[in-house]
Design a protein around this ligand. Structure first.
Ligand code: TTP
Ligand code: CA
Length: 360
């Protein structure tokens, strides 16, 4: 039976800011961009969440919900350093570490488990180590698969440790909302609610044919997830080559202002993903589809690496400007960044040898 850990920092950016500035401790803190420049909330401290403030919300909305919140601009270099330190700690236990972003990773500890080193003990050891080294807390989920471990790590935040014993996955998942499952977003959730399916327990009662009819190709996978079955391995080296986002416009448009806004929004999305993954790229791409479906891309290779939403936005809006013409109407635009130089996603295997005794 596999033993998988999912480790996730609590209110990551916000906790780092509170750690480094004692005046922020116990206060409602939001990390993110200036509300006057359409900034969004990257991270919200636990204190400010009580006011309804959440990640990805416009900063303006956040400040309206909690006018006395303290806004701090993000310090990505600091977050990246902490992320590296923690991955090093993880790799002392096992080389099988899969980072998902700066603040999240899966660990496959199956081969490290014995009578003394149970998965829970390994998880406790890691939490202690990380707290000592970084003065930050993480929450860990322990389970037989990635999917269940990830759901478990979220159950007891902050500073949580949730163990789902092998064999009890279904029971653990049954009362939880379907939205906890990978791939079930707000739209699917709404559709399922029409069928009176709101919990994972209600979802698993449906037969295999229903899953196939409802979800097509991904039906069997989703049915497995709902049953607590997930065979996906922890992947150590996933060299991501590019990050991108695209959107089909509600109506074909040639309007410069509107198109610029869409390209800026996509650039923001790609840029913030870059930052969350600690990646920097040199090549920025703009994808365009005309109303007659002709599709083409323009790309630019920058002198220096880009890792910020604004940097991506500058490059893409420049390229867009050159493609605008009075008789040209677009139906799709996309933004992508590639040519990564650093970051966890692009890192090779770590030479550190697993050494459990080092944990305590
Ligand atoms: P999350 O793990 O989603 O959130 P969190 O660590 O702030 O809080 P939680 O305790 O609930 O885990 O994201 C990790 C970091 O990634 C977060 O601190 C900031 C960044 N982030 C963004 O920049 N934009 C976003 O939309 C989200 C969701 C996160
Ligand atoms: Ca987190």
């Amino acid at each position: 039976m596999a033993a998988i850990l999912h480790a996730d920092f609590d209110a990551f950016y916000a906790s780092v800011e509170q750690r480094d500035d004692p005046a922020l401790r116990g206060k409602p803190v939001v990390v993110g961009g200036d509300p006057n420049f359409r900034g969004v909330v990257a991270a919200a401290s636990y204190e400010v969440r009580g006011f309804g403030v959440r990640s990805a919300m416009p900063m303006k909305t956040a400040m309206r919900l909690c006018p006395h919140a303290v806004r701090v601009p993000p310090r990505f270099d600091v977050y990246r350093d902490i992320s590296r330190q923690v991955l090093e700690i993880f790799r002392v236990v096992t080389p099988l570490v899969e980072p998902l972003s700066l603040d999240e990773a899966f660990l496959d500890v199956t081969n490290r488990v014995d009578d003394v080193w149970t998965p829970v003990k390994i998880a406790r050891g890691l939490k202690g180590r990380i707290k000592k080294r970084t003065a930050l807390t993480i929450s860990i989920g322990v389970a037989s698969s990635k999917s269940v471990a990830k759901i478990a790590s979220d159950m007891d935040k902050p500073d949580g440790l949730t163990v789902v014993a092998p064999g009890s996955e279904r029971e653990f998942l049954a009362p939880l909302p379907v939205s906890r499952l990978w791939g079930i977003g707000p739209k699917t959730q709404e559709r399922l609610a029409l069928d009176k399916i709101t919990t994972i327990g209600q979802l698993v009662e449906r037969p295999a044919e229903w899953f196939a009819a409802r979800f097509g190709k991904s039906g069997p996978f989703l049915r497995d997830l709902a049953n607590g079955i997930d065979e996906r391995p922890v992947v150590v080296e996933r060299r991501r080559k590019s990050l991108s986002a695209e959107t089909t416009l509600a109506v074909d448009s040639g309007d410069a202002e509107y198109l610029t806004e869409v390209v800026e929004r996509l650039s923001q999305r790609v840029g913030s993903q870059l930052q969350r993954r600690g990646l920097e790229g040199r090549t920025v791409k703009l994808k365009l589809r005309l109303e007659d479906f002709t599709t083409f891309t323009r790309q630019v290779t920058l002198d220096g690496p880009v890792s910020s939403p604004d940097g991506v936005g500058r490059a893409t809006t420049d390229m867009l400007r050159r493609e605008l013409a009075p008789d040209r109407r677009f139906r799709l635009v996309g933004v992508g960044v590639s040519g990564f130089e650093s970051g966890e996603d692009a890192e090779g295997e770590n030479p550190l040898q697993p050494r459990l005794a080092g944990l305590i």
